[in-house]
Design a protein around this ligand. Sequence first.
Ligand SMILES: C[S@@+](CC[C@H](N)C(=O)[O-])C[C@H]1O[C@@H](n2cnc3c(N)ncnc32)[C@H](O)[C@@H]1O
Length: 329
Amino acid sequence: MKFDIQSISDILICPKCSSNLLFQNESISCNNCTFHFTIDEGILLSNPENSITDNRILKEKEFYEENPFPNYDELESPFSLISKAERANFPKQINDLLPFRIRILEAGCGTGQLTNYLSFSERQVIGTDLSVNSLKLGNEFKNKHSLDRSMFIQMNIFEPCFCDESFHLVISNGVLHHTPNPELAFQILTKLLKKHGYIIIGLYNKYGRLSTHIRRIIYNLTGSRLDFLDPHLRRKDISEIKKQMWFMDQYKNPHESSHTFEEVIKWFESNNIDFVSAIPEFDFGTTNKNIFAKQNIGTELSRKLKQLLMVFKRYNEGGFFVVIGRKRA
Ligand SMILES: C[S@@+](CC[C@H](N)C(=O)[O-])C[C@H]1O[C@@H](n2cnc3c(N)ncnc32)[C@H](O)[C@@H]1O
């Protein structure tokens, strides 16, 4: 399956006015306004800073230009991406359980590990992010290992450059809570999803995030990075550069919000998305063997208890939860 800029001309639109684009040799410009993409080593750059009016988005962009997340270390290879995906489980499940020849969007892909990993199989995977420096790292990895089914595009989620219903799967992991309006960002992403397509979102949990907030206060008071306090920073299998990016992402980020299971259920309901499953599960007695298989959504009580348990979990990845949904017909 050929995957180059020309091959996505059917889904790409102008992020400013949603008009069709004109593809001519090495340039892509809007038919209707002055917008054009610039192309840098195969990455499509939309230069969103020219039109972003919300200072919070600009600050996030600046932050992730300086601190591309999660970053790569010199030992990272396709093989290490595969073994990490197997340990993390959920990327492997996406890879194992979804059909080939589908289009996937990762919105807020950071340095593109998941985008590149998912492109190993016969699928078109587009990683988008605000941060050019993050996209460049993902693209370097892609080129170094001759991956030809991933592509990187600079996109602000609030100004999408794709037609509605372009993707079979949309993933946005750890991104919406860094935007000024996570619910609106979610709504925009669901529009890009085909009917019956899946959406996977990862967010900070209001309860699960408590221990991070406490550590942040301690770090700010002591003015130092006390690695032993954070389970992720204590790990021996992570390089110093990745630990540094984790520390910045978790404790020095200019903006973050945290969310509850109930909130996400409401977002799903008002955007025509059926709940499929969650990590951690919303109910007791269910296990996540297949994230695309319908799970019990639980009760208000089970969801409250499950969130409270996140407070006491020894290693809770920064109080993170993932919810998988499916667009109705
Ligand atoms: C914590 S990182 C997550 C990266 C990746 N998804 C992961 O799980 O490793 C958050 C990413 O969201 C991106 N981001 C924040 N606001 C965004 C927006 N409005 N549009 C697109 N990307 C955004 C940042 O540039 C950053 O790369």
